[in-house]
Design a protein around this ligand. Structure first.
Ligand code: HEC
Length: 192
């Protein structure tokens, strides 16, 4: 990889996606994707979209009782606090985006084995709110039937914005960051 692809989030947060050579012009030269609008498409469009399990209001359905309006109830926060101070300390935002990007199955396979030894047994099995780790594999995130159409959409958006071509995993990260932005702005912030 040979570049830093930076996407500026409307809320002012800036995420940078992996690469080798730093962007000499600073943070904002390659912005141009509206992550909220893209996130809304990700959340609402197609079969098995986020909305089919999480509901148009983020409050959940029969397929998921997670409230997307209450991030502190998410497992990612449970993980962040369980691992704080350990060699595997991790930020909940990173976890949430990775679970969205990979789906729970992909995330569990990639990360859970390694984290397991750093987690208290009680956290692995069940915490006081009754949630257990690893993630419930019904959470498919982006690993569903819409992935290809969403990927094509990002490629078109980036081309239009004059951005360099991204790798499949960068595109997946952009889609996850977009969904995360949408959840934050549509569900979390208005509730605060
Ligand atoms: C097929 C149903 C289904 C779909 C589709 C789905 N999810 Fe989920 N989601 C779940 C379930 C079930 C959980 C609870 C996972 C757990 O607690 O282990 C969850 C959990 C979450 C969480 C909380 C993570 C945490 O740390 O506890 C977020 C955020 C989330 N989903 C976002 C999304 C987004 C964004 C999409 C679309 C890209 C999506 N979900 C698609 C079922 C789904």
């Amino acid at each position: 990889m040979s570049r830093i692809l930076r996407v500026s989030i409307i809320s002012g947060l800036i995420f940078s996606f992996l690469s080798t050579s730093a962007n000499a012009n600073g943070a904002d030269t390659q912005q141009g994707l509206d992550l909220f609008a893209l996130g809304k498409v990700v959340y609402t469009t197609g079969a098995e979209s986020c909305q089919t399990c999480h509901g148009a209001d983020g409050l959940g359905t029969s397929r998921s009782n997670v409230s997307l309006r209450d991030p502190q109830s998410w497992k990612a926060f449970q993980l962040e606090s369980a691992l704080r101070g350990s060699p595997r300390a991790i930020k909940s935002e990173t976890v949430v985006k990775a679970v969205i990007a990979l789906g729970a199955k992909g995330w569990n396979e990639k990360n859970f084995g390694e984290l397991r030894s750093h987690l208290e047994t009680s956290v692995q099995e069940q915490d006081s709110s009754g949630k257990s780790l690893p993630f419930d594999e019904d959470m498919i995130g982006l690993d569903g039937p819409n992935k290809k159409a969403l990927t094509m959409r990002v490629i078109r958006m980036m081309r239009k914005a004059g951005m360099p071509r991204a790798t499949p995993s960068e595109i997946n990260d952009i889609l996850a960051a977009a969904a995360f932005t949408y959840i934050n702005e549509a569900f979390v912030e208005p509730a605060e």
